[in-house]
Design a protein around this ligand. Structure first.
Ligand code: ITT
Length: 203
């Protein structure tokens, strides 16, 4: 049994493979399908974008496709950067530029008003079949400066008060027990087990 992750983001691929590693399935990603073009994320919500990616990749590969649309919602910015998280500092911006832009936007705002949440929506689409969708959230605070080198994206400036650390200071095993991605995938995992593995049907 195979599924394909509808992403080329290596940070996401590493985490999703780790979280799903106890399922008896082979996990591919778009890095294994170099001919599939960039998929335009035209949606206004995480759900819409996750469905666009999963449906397109299921159709093009003929395999069940799992898409992750995720981002950071900052309370005092009314949920920005949200669905624009990957391109907050402009099209093609890297993680460092996005983090710098966010810290600039929040300059002068005290820690108690820097609440934020990572959001992850996972869509699973079966070729010529149904799509399933689940969401996970992880709350934190945007720190005053970056710290740590694990993870990706906004992890170096996402501070977790319970741990006294940024997400980028937590090893992958720890991030993968508490993250927005883990919470969404946990629900998708039970669904995969129930629908396809326990039932012995395959996809
Ligand atoms: P794909 O669409 O190909 O999957 P992408 O990087 O464009 O890759 P998104 O559109 O879902 O993905 O944007 C997600 C962005 O949100 C990502 O680039 C990070 O900047 C941020 N993000 C998501 N999950 C994160 C995490 O666990 N830690 C830090 N930042 C995260």
């Amino acid at each position: 049994m195979q599924i394909v992750l509808a992403t080329r983001n290596r940070g996401k691929i590493r985490e999703i493979k780790y979280i799903l590693s106890d399922l008896p399935i082979e996990i591919k990603s778009l890095l294994d399908f170099p001919n599939i073009p960039e998929i335009e994320e035209k949606g206004n919500t995480f759900e819409e974008n996750a469905l666009i990616k999963a449906k397109t990749v299921a159709k093009l590969t003929g395999l069940p496709a799992l898409a992750d649309d995720s981002g950071l919602a900052v309370d005092c910015l009314n949920g920005a950067p949200g669905v624009y998280s990957a391109r907050y500092a402009g099209e093609g911006a890297d993680d460092k530029k996005n983090n710098e832009k966010l810290l600039r936007e929040l300059e002068g705002i005290p820690l108690e008003r820097r609440g934020a949440a990572f959001v992850c929506v996972i869509a699973l689409c079966i070729p010529k079949g149904n799509c399933y969708i689940e969401e996970g959230k992880c709350k934190g605070v945007i720190s005053l400066s970056p710290r740590g080198s694990y993870g990706f994206g906004y992890d170096p400036i996402f501070f977790l008060p319970d741990y006294g650390k940024t997400m980028a200071e937590l090893p992958l095993e720890v991030k993968n027990q508490i993250s927005h991605r883990y919470k969404a995938l946990k629900k998708i995992k039970s669904l995969i087990r129930k629908l396809f593995i326990d039932a012995g049907k395959g996809f």
